[in-house]
Design a protein around this ligand. Structure first.
Ligand SMILES: Cc1cc2nc3c(=O)[nH]c(=O)nc-3n(C[C@H](O)[C@H](O)[C@H](O)COP(=O)(O)OP(=O)(O)OC[C@H]3O[C@@H](n4cnc5c(N)ncnc54)[C@H](O)[C@@H]3O)c2cc1C
Length: 373
């Protein structure tokens, strides 16, 4: 999110001095570990406009970035394995179609034409032609290169230690190498490590860290085009250009050391994830598991991101808490953040309902006002 914002900012305002401070390496957290699914299907209503705006950008993103995200629009297919799930599908589709998400009901035969290896018990499903997939590190690298190309400075190995505000306005960022970077606008986009940074300014945000697991098999035969998921199952299944299966779906990993971005795979998650993948798409069972990894992601109580200005502190923006589905949103989020930073039309229609002030009423966010410097 930070790299996308930096790229959009410099592209919109070449005179702006833009610095990204990255305490590790770019892509070393959630974005680099991501399953890189690019979907509009199944989003919360509050996130749909942002998702649709983002998905409209993906087909042209490589050209825009002058890079290779390895994006392909192979569609998304969510299948129903039980009659109970199948009966709910028409209502599920209608509600999203009303917001412009182009979903189609597909019967079992059509589902199998789209995804030939589907389990025989598949009753049918929902197809979204605009969904697709990219590759995580390729995308992060493309965003970083594009940001640098337009003149943003990216400092890796330099962490933010504090945001500094005076009289209700952000004025500087302090970094781990002892420097103080004066600024007009600061963006907190530190993934699941955003909460302590905001806490330093008296702003509490309800972010909880979870480790999410991914599995990758050796290369296999076949050429599955859509990303396959299933109602009532934790599954996102893709076949990569190499033929390897990439299996995710939100299976938990352990977090031995959150501050140091350390994770550990769990045997029960690995086993259960493989079982579900084989149950829904039996050809996966013929491939050997090659490796697994996890990424630390920030979750909010309502499973929606925190995006927009931080109330009470002028010039401070936040983009965090993407709850396992932020990768696809990066183009639109970066655009929104750049607009907010520059004070133009901030496309509030895209992120209405995602601001951090939504937690005030429940008392889960406290925004302090005054001087912190
Ligand atoms: C396994 C997995 C699978 C996923 N699959 C999908 C998917 O298929 N589709 C989808 O849309 N989304 C998916 N997501 C979610 C998506 O990847 C994330 O929502 C998104 O990448 C979050 O981006 P971010 O920039 O907010 O956070 P991050 O990518 O975590 O970036 C935050 C950065 O801040 C840096 N940082 C932290 N603290 C500091 C500090 N003090 N100073 C400076 N830098 C700091 C970190 O090193 C990190 O590089 C998945 C996530 C995971 C983990």
């Amino acid at each position: 999110m930070g790299l996308s914002a930096a790229w959009h900012l410099r592209r919109a305002e070449p005179d702006a001095r833009v610095t990204v401070l990255e305490r590790g390496r770019v892509g070393s957290a959630a974005s680099g570990a991501s399953a890189a699914g690019v979907r509009a299907m199944g989003r919360d209503p509050a996130e749909r406009a942002l998702a649709l705006a983002s998905l409209a950008r993906w087909p042209e993103l490589d050209r825009e970035l002058e890079g290779a995200t390895r994006y392909r629009r192979g569609g998304g297919l969510r299948v129903a394995l039980e009659d109970a799930a199948w009966r709910k599908v028409p209502g599920w589709i209608a509600e999203q179609r009303a917001d412009g998400v182009p979903l189609e009901l597909v019967d079992a035969t059509a589902a199998r034409t789209l995804a030939p290896g589907l389990a025989p018990m598949c009753a049918g499903g929902v197809y979204c032609a605009i969904d697709g997939q990219a590759e995580a590190m390729a995308t992060v690298t493309a965003f970083a290169a594009a940001a640098r190309r337009v003149g943003a400075r990216i400092e890796e190995g330099v962490g933010v230690t504090a945001f500094v505000a005076e009289r209700g306005r952000v004025v500087a960022v302090a970094s781990s190498d002892g420097r103080r970077h004066a600024c007009d606008v600061a963006l907190v986009a530190a993934g699941t490590w955003s909460a302590p940074l905001l806490a330093g300014l008296g702003v509490r945000v309800p972010l909880a860290t979870r480790g999410l697991q991914m599995l990758l098999t050796e290369r296999a035969s076949g050429a599955l085009a859509p990303v396959v998921s299933a109602f009532g199952r934790k599954l996102s299944l893709k076949q990569l250009a190499s033929g390897a299966w990439l299996i995710g779906g939100g299976w938990p990993a352990d977090i031995p050391d959150e501050t140091q971005n350390r994770w550990a795979l769990r045997d029960d998650s690995v086993k259960a994830s493989l079982e579900v993948a084989r149950e829904v798409y039996p050809p996966v069972g013929e491939a050997t598991l090659a490796r697994g990894w996890a990424g630390l992601e920030a979750f909010t109580p309502d499973d929606l991101p925190l995006l927009g200005p931080v109330p009470g502190i002028d010039g401070l923006l936040v983009a965090a808490g993407f709850c396992g589905h932020g990768f696809a949103l990066a183009p639109a989020v970066g655009d929104v953040l750049a607009r907010l930073a520059l004070g133009g039309d901030a496309r509030a229609d895209l992120w209405r309902g995602l601001g951090i002030d939504r937690f005030d009423a429940a008392g889960t966010i406290e925004t302090a006002k005054g001087a912190w410097c």
